[in-house]
Each structure stands twice: as C-alpha cells, then as structure tokens.
Ligand binder design. Sequence first.
Ligand code: DAH
Length: 343
Amino acid sequence: MKDQLLKLRDEALAAIAGVSDAGAIQEMRVRYLGKKSELSRVLGGLGKLPTVEERRAMGALGNEIKQAITQALDAREAELAAAELEARLAAERIDVTLPGAPVRRGHLHILYQVIHRIEEIFIAMGYEVAESRQVETDWYNFEALNIPKGHPARDAQDSLFISDEVLLRTHTSNTQIRYMLEVAKGRTPVKIICPGRVFRRDFEDATHAMMFHQVEGLVIDKGITLASLKGALTEMARGLFGPDVGIRLRPSYFPFTEPSAEMDISCIFCGGKGCRTCKGSGWIEIGGSGMVHPNVLRAGGYDPEEVSGWAFGYGPERVAMLMYGIEDIRHFVTGDMRFLRQF
Ligand code: DAH
C-alpha cells in the first residue's frame, strides 16, 4: 500500500506541476482528492490491513500525501493566477504618453459672449441682472409703458399676439414694470440691466429678424438726471468698443420716456470723421433711451414727485455685428457651425 500511495503522490505532483491553466486546477482537486479519487479508493482499504500499527502508519502517510497534494494545488493555483494577472496587465496596459483622442470643446454663442460682456460692465457699476417673461400680457408690454390700446405708437412694434391680451413681448421694457412691481416694490435705488429675447412680426432680411435680443437698462432713485444716463452709456460704450468711443444723445420720441433720446456711439470705424458705415455722419445709432415717463413710474408703484429715473434699450445683435463685422443678423440663428466656430 505504501508504494501505491507514494506512486499516487508522485503522479499527482507531476500532473499539478505540468498544468498551465487555472481552470484545470479545480478539476485536479476533484481528480486527486475527491471521494472518487484513486487516493480515496486506496485509503478505503486501510481497514483491511492486518495490524493497528500498519493502519496507523498508512493512515498517517495518506494524510501527509493529501496535504502535499493540497499544498501543491494551492501553490500552483496562486502561481497561475499571478501569471494571468501579469499577462492581463501587460495586454491592457495604457500608454499614458500617447496623445489623447481630441474632444471638441464647445463655447458660448458669440451673441451671448457679447451679452455677458455687457452684463459684466454694468455689474461692475453695481447693477443687478434682471430677466422677465417672453410671453407677456398687453398691460406689461404696452399699457403700463404708457402705450394705451389704440395708441399709434403701437404701430412701431409689429407684434405677435397669442390672444387679445397675450403676446410675445416686443421689447425688454416689460422687465421695467415687472421688476418695479415684483422685485423692487417701491424701494430705491433700482439699478438693473435686463437682457432677453424679443419678438416682432417683421419680414426678415440682413438687419431684421422675427426673434432678436435686447438689453434694457433702468435706474430709479431720488434726483436721477440725464447726466447719469450719459455717464452709464459712456461707460458701456467704452467697455465694449474701447476708451476712445463717445456717446451722443439725440432728441427723439418714445411713449415710455420724456424726454426721449436716440443713443449714438461715435463711429468705431472712422473715429468720427465720417465713413461709409456711419454714412458720413461720424455716429452710429444703437438704441433708444430717456427719462422714465411719470406714467411708467406710477404704473410701477413709484411717485414721480419723489423719484426720477432713466431707461435705455438696444439690440446686442447690432453691437455684435459692429464689433465683429458680421453683415447679416440671420447668421446668429441659422446654426451654421462655420460661422459659430469663428468666435
Ligand atoms: N423698447 C424700445 C424698443 O424696443 C427701446 C427703448 C427705447 C427702451 C427707449 C427704453 C427706452 O428703455 O428708454 O424700441
């Protein structure tokens, strides 16, 4: 029996040493140590040995062999697992020195870059950025701004009505009223800059769009005059176009301001000498402005005997077009990546 056992041990150890696949180890455990293994079968014959000493000796040898085989299996299994890991690490190694696959990074739309620039200029002067709704009632868009129903001033803003009382706002001036009534509620000072989308029933061409943007400004406090309007606008123009640009206020008419003024900037192309872009005048019109009409202050819950204010509104598309030499307003919305990627 001893020879049989030793032979079994040598066979098993040789087989284990030769195995090269971690999956086969489990099979070997069954084959060499399982209930139906040769070893179990031989040891099953222990009881038939003639003496107690022999049984004890063979039993002990059997256990030693089982242990030796178990150890060999465990060791080989660990070796194979380590080799496998090694191989995987080698195969799946990432070369961090290779250049990466480029990820194309997007950027803010050019118009919003300009709008943010405008916001920054005013934030630096202590203004708050305020926004309000694009779908608006007739009252906020017109009536509260001193444009009653049937007033001829409505003709200047071809509107997209949704119902008799609801329309897509034609200008950001609705934000003046919304801010006064909903946010400021009579407090002073009010200093806001209001960017946003506006809508007109217009035929589209290089300078007209159905949807475009405006930036509205509003200041209300005791003793506010046109001088501070001119100061704020000058600061804005310089922040956008550089330190040499000037502002001109030209008498005009808007229902919501009195007096009213068109605001012009000195021509950024010829420096005011007169060129084709400014049609020889040296000035470029960019928007409207004026002292807030007493009726508008009243609609917003302010007493025009106590406070005064100024407001302005203009299109950032026009500013962006001047700044970057963009010749057609429709470029902003057509989504042509060749256009958008330039900026
Ligand atoms: N709301 C005017 C428009 O869309 C622009 C404007 C003019 C706004 C004068 C103002 C202002 O706040 O004071 O044509």
